[in-house]
Design a protein around this ligand. Structure first.
Ligand SMILES: [Ca+2]
Ligand SMILES: [Ca+2]
Length: 314
């Protein structure tokens, strides 16, 4: 994986701003929305993993929604619209309205009549292809919803989220906890998800970031940390034949260790490649002795590790 420390190069839209070591997306005021985007397109189409922490405070409910005070929550958004993209406030959470986007929401307020929210504490995934996104749960644009998460409270508790795509082939998975350990099953899994078909990417790349909003009810929303890692290499050839080719970019020249392991972590192929050039490299892998199944391939250099899944079919 090619991991970015995502705190530089941030683009703030509307009221988002740096507040000490955190990024404050909204204040505790009514009817606002804002966004924060990483300033460059990043590789996303082959797969990614992102981990972030966030907290909320000064929660206020104008209307009791049956959950703890505060609204509306935050969303991690993958979009190929623009660096000034911003959706609508209140239950739209700042992402509904952004064209060409996938949003993973962490929703803390029950907009039951507007959005058909199941409750005031859930995660969900929304996509409306290249059109403006929606936050309606009772629609085809809602790819999945789960309320099987810890209660999110506006009391400065730090919550940790992990979202990965294609780390298990075709799956978009969402975790939320208050330890950052992510042990146990994901809170939500979207199966048979193909990001490159869900929205229009730019050569596999998209903008990534966060949106947030308040309605009549509100709270402060802050992102405390964020890391994003993409798979930026690919496998060519036909793995059911005797060999396939691994093509990968190295940011610097030097040695690389190539390892292929199965889903239980058992190594089925290992090669230590010496003094590779910077840039595009290619390695032929003889796979005749590898049984059919799901595998991961990692390319590890002194300062970088890339991991991508693939399937050998026979
Ligand atoms: Ca809501
Ligand atoms: Ca919702």
């Amino acid at each position: 994986m090619n991991c970015k420390d995502s705190t530089d190069k941030l683009k703030f839209v509307s009221k988002a701003n740096q507040a000490g070591k955190a990024i404050r997306l909204t204040e505790a005021t009514a009817m606002t929305q804002s966004a924060m985007w990483y300033g460059n397109l990043v590789n996303a189409g082959k797969g990614f993993e992102t981990v972030f922490s966030f907290r909320m405070s000064q929660g206020f409910n104008a209307t009791d929604d049956g959950s703890s005070p505060g609204a509306e929550g935050i969303a991690f958004v993958i979009q190929n619209s623009s660096l000034t993209a911003l959706g609508f406030p209140a239950g739209n959470m700042g992402f509904a309205g952004i064209s060409n986007s996938v949003a993973i929401e962490f929703d803390t307020y029950n907009n039951k009549t507007d959005m058909n929210d199941p409750d005031g504490n859930h995660v969900a995934v929304f996509c409306n292809g290249t059109n403006g996104n929606y936050a309606f749960h009772n629609s085809q644009f809602c790819l999945g919803t789960s309320s099987n998460i810890p209660q999110m409270r506006a009391d400065n508790t730090l919550y940790y989220a992990k979202i990965d795509y294609n780390m298990e082939p075709g799956k978009l998975r969402v975790w939320l906890d208050n330890t950052g350990k992510f042990d146990g099953s994901p809170a939500l899994t979207i199966d048979k998800f193909d990001l490159a078909k869900a929205i229009n990417l730019d050569n596999g790349r998209a903008y990534i970031g966060f949106t947030s909003a308040t309605g009549d009810s509100y709270q402060i929303h802050e992102i405390q940390s964020w890391k994003y890692c993409s798979s930026n290499y690919y496998i060519t050839g036909v793995p059911e034949n005797k060999e396939f080719y691994l093509k990968f970019n190295l940011p610097t020249g030097g040695d690389a260790e190539i390892t292929i392991f199965d889903i239980l972590g058992k190594t089925v192929f290992y090669s230590h490649e010496r003094e590779l050039d910077m840039g595009q490299n290619s390695k032929a892998v003889d796979c005749r002795s590898i049984p059919a199944g799901i595998y991961y391939c990692s390319v590890k250099t002194i300062n970088n590790i890339m991991v991508a899944p693939f399937v050998i079919q026979r």
